[in-house]
Design a protein around this ligand. Structure first.
Ligand code: AMP
Length: 278
């Protein structure tokens, strides 16, 4: 596996390649969810580039940034084991030579006002900044992202539209632990017992899907927020939305594609998950 820390070196290497490039941006602390994206990119492209960069611009909470897990040597081992051809490992000043005080602004409209856009002000603008800069460095044919970050996929789709980009966005299903907990780097921050307890999130999402034919969404929403919060969670949102636009819905509309999205804290760790309803 080639490891590049400088954009210029990465570009020089990639310019010599023929064939399609698949790109998987990550913030490291890799797990099988990340590797599933790499594997898909490898199947569909001549060369796969993964980046590991903890993007300071997308953390609206400084403490969250400071405690974000870092496991670089195990990341490198995992990436080379699955046959990743290129790892891009930039330092912050490589991506943000002028610092993060003066970020570019991206008009993602409604998406910035709901769900994580509402609860993490500035987060998606930080995501757009890093993805834009990484795409400029890698110039991939295809970009691979996980549905675990459902809203992020829509934001990046919007970014590609804004940039009039021809890069194809491929969204990949959420990989879960045996107990249903969506794999996430942040799970590393949970105690062993909380990691078990956190499976309640998927239980709630599945129960809502199982009960949607009989019960209005508002009753299920109330019931499962209460269930989580009486089990030491602090839930930020549990909402139903159109899966294509993320327009929030007040009740199930089986003729539409729907998704339920949730953000909840356990032991102070913010966990997000979602499940398509149909
Ligand atoms: P992150 O390192 O958390 O920024 O994630 C990098 C990419 O991996 C994003 O596109 C995520 O949506 C994706 N990802 C994270 N967790 C999972 C998972 N459990 N299953 C599939 N993809 C994931």
């Amino acid at each position: 596996m080639f490891i590049f820390k400088k954009i210029a070196d990465l570009k020089q290497f990639l310019e010599k390649q023929t064939g399609s490039v698949g790109f998987v941006p990550t913030m490291g602390a890799l797990h099988k969810g990340h590797l599933s994206l790499i594997e898909k990119a490898k199947q569909e492209n001549s060369l796969t580039v993964c980046s590991v960069f903890i993007n300071p611009a997308q953390f609206n909470d400084k403490k969250d940034f400071e405690k974000y897990p870092m496991t670089l040597s195990s990341d490198i081992d995992m990436l080379s084991q699955v046959g990743t051809e290129v790892l891009f490992l930039p330092a912050s000043d490589e991506i943000y030579p002028d610092g993060i005080g003066q970020l570019a602004g991206y008009d993602i409209g409604y998406l910035d006002t709901i769900l994580d856009g509402k609860f993490r002000p500035g987060h998606f603008n930080g995501v757009c900044n890093v993805v834009d800069r990484l795409l400029e460095a890698v110039k991939p044919s295809r970009l691979y992202m996980g549905e675990k970050d459902f809203q992020q996929c829509l934001v990046v789709r919007r970014l590609l539209e804004i940039k009039k980009s021809t890069i194809e966005l491929i969204t990949c299903p959420t990989r879960r632990e045996a107990n249903g907990l969506a794999m996430s780097s942040r799970n590393e921050l949970l105690s062993k017992s909380a990691r078990e307890k956190a499976s309640a999130i998927f239980y709630c999402l599945k129960s809502i899907r199982d009960e949607m034919a009989k019960t209005p969404f508002s009753s299920l929403q109330e019931r499962y927020i209460r269930y989580l919060d009486s089990n030491s969670f602090e839930t930020e949102y549990l909402l139903l939305a159109d899966a294509e636009t993320l327009d929030l819905l007040t009740d199930f509309a089986p003729s539409q594609k729907m998704v339920v999205l949730l953000a909840s804290r356990l032991e102070g760790v913010r966990l997000i998950d979602n499940l398509r309803m149909n």
